[in-house]
Design a protein around this ligand. Sequence first.
Ligand SMILES: [Zn+2]
Length: 120
Amino acid sequence: MPIYEFLCLSCRRKTSLFVKSISSPPEVSCPSCGSRQLERVVSSFAFHKSLKTIHEESGEPDHPSPDYYKDPRNIGRWVEKKFHEMGQEMPSSVREMINAAREGEMPGPVRELQPDVREL
Ligand SMILES: [Zn+2]
């Protein structure tokens, strides 16, 4: 089950929560202040690992520029690497989304495949 990391927009604390799927966003509230103004900060592909761990293992820069992920050639690279590191086959549905995105289509779900770089 994927872990989502959320940033509370009220008290700026981060919290990690298990959720069932990316297609059914969870009803979450901040464990510190109870606010429901939470923003997701980590891709659903961060299975059982913190973002910090992923960056340490992947050697990716701690703060890749937003342009890195806007470059169509880099779409999905992060995901491909994660699946490879986990020794798992990438589901064909994910493969197709990445391929479509690289060809210029940007279906909404592709956002789910990218680390959230809005904060950078
Ligand atoms: Zn809070």
